[in-house]
Ligand binder design. Structure first.
Ligand SMILES: NC(=O)c1ccc[n+]([C@@H]2O[C@H](COP(=O)([O-])OP(=O)(O)OC[C@H]3O[C@@H](n4cnc5c(N)ncnc54)[C@H](O)[C@@H]3O)[C@@H](O)[C@H]2O)c1
Length: 385
């Protein structure tokens, strides 16, 4: 061995080719396999990245059987994440997994069991907004009590996901799973993290309707209410079918302040916030440094390159941060906050929304696994009938 972490890379499409590129920028990994059924597509990416064709394999069994592989990197279509991660954990590999971690509740339960019983294997589900700079600022401000107790928080995910060309698999419920895993889970993750320092979710009430514009098989338009143990409420409008641009609107209302992120306006006005503690109760625009200066709050301005969570293009995502973070976890032996186990309360919000929409009533958290299994299996068979 050369001291580098051996990577088995699985699925080099839109997101995968960006992540593979990020891995190649590092000197602590060796990509040993690039695996997917589509050979011409894989060879095209290998050529673009200057990698030898010998890295290509269509055979996932070969990837997990390779003793030189430390980490399996899953960026395949959604329905493969569950079985491929289970197989990788059973073979003793660390697992980086794109969201969703599974499209079937049973697979999710098996993943959790395996991850819990193999704590030395690092796992990761790519709820990538964890790494966004605005989200980090916001989480820290809430934790520092800059807005007091948050009583209401709304975070939208309305973004017409890409179904062009070979991404048409996203129209199939069997391959895509549900709309939660296709993106709406990002909003739920953000609500969870922002509230994490103050409260924990205790129930979910969701409703959904079919896509209206494009032929998604899965319900694509979601309204999700999360209730917290301190009485606060979180709300998400989710829509993967259609929207004008990328709507990641945030609105937090606290007892001593508030925060609004409007993803659909010019950069310097996207964020405004007020706080009794830090802005003397006045609204300020931290992405407009000149205005902060004029208004005597220059010290509260954010750096001009602060990222915001409103790009539908994976090129702009914090992929390098996510990749680096996971590799650090593997090297240090410390599980990520986004490990299968640590991120389970977020993943569970998504399952709870599906259960709630099926039952048409609020459901309590944590889910009771046997009941959730039965309800979600029923929903699956009704949808495929
Ligand atoms: N975290 C994010 O914000 C984010 C953003 C975009 C995509 N994603 C996720 O990345 C994954 C890939 O999405 P995409 O948009 O890149 O799709 P894509 O269709 O461009 O890429 C999927 C790739 O997987 C390959 N593939 C198909 N079947 C496979 C199998 N059985 N095993 C291995 N590979 C297989 C395909 O040939 C293709 O190259 C999805 O799970 C998606 O949810 C996450």
């Amino acid at each position: 061995m050369n001291g580098k972490l051996g990577i088995g890379f699985v699925g080099v499409g839109w997101m995968g080719s960006v992540q593979l590129k990020r891995l190649l920028e590092r000197d602590d990994v060796e990509v040993r396999h690039v695996c997917q059924p589509d050979k011409p597509g894989a060879l095209r990416v290998l050529d673009e990245l200057g990698l030898p064709h010998s890295l290509y394999t269509p055979d996932y069994d070969q990837v997990v059987a390779d003793k030189g592989i430390d980490c399996v990197w899953l960026v395949s279509p959604n329905r493969f994440h569950g079985p491929q991660s289970i197989q990788a954990l059973q073979a003793g590999k660390h697992v980086f997994c794109e969201k969703p971690c599974a499209t079937k509740y049973d697979e999710y339960c098996t993943q959790l069991e395996l991850a819990r019983s193999n704590p030395r294997l690092m796992t990761f589900v790519d709820y990538i907004l964890y790494f966004d700079a605005m989200e980090q600022n916001l989480r820290e401000m809430v934790a520092r009590d800059e807005f007091g107790a948050i009583t209401q928080i709304q975070v939208n995910y309305r973004h017409p996901i890409n179904i062009a060309g070979d991404k048409a698999w996203k129209l199939s419920r069997e391959v895509m799973g549900d709309a939660m895993g296709m993106g709406i889970i990002h909003s739920l993750s953000v609500i969870y993290w922002i509230m994490q320092s103050q409260a924990r979710p205790v129930s979910v009430f969701a409703s959904a309707m079919p896509a209206q514009v494009r032929p998604f098989e899965a319900l694509s338009i979601w309204n999700i209410q999360i209730h917290f143990d301190n009485g606060a409420t979180g709300f998400c409008f989710g829509n993967i079918d259609t929207s004008k641009g990328y709507d990641a609107y945030h609105n937090l209302s606290g007892t001593k302040g508030g925060f609004i992120f409007d993803s659909q306006t010019d950069h310097s006005h996207k964020v405004r916030l007020w706080s009794e503690k830090t802005t003397d109760g006045r609204w300020i625009y931290p992405l407009d440094a000149a205005r902060c200066e004029r208004e005597g709050v220059g010290q509260l301005a954010w750096p001009a390159d602060t990222s915001t969570p409103d790009s539908g293009d994976v090129i702009h995502h914090q992929t390098a941060e996510a990749v680096g973070h996971f590799l650090e976890c593997v090297k240090s032996g410390r599980q990520s906050p986004l490990s299968f186990v640590n991120a389970a309360p977020i993943t569970e919000l998504g399952w709870a929304a599906l259960v709630s929409a099926e039952l048409k009533r609020p459901v309590e958290l944590p889910l009771e696994p046997a009941a959730a299994r039965e309800i979600l299996a029923r929903a699956d068979s009704a949808a495929s009938a």
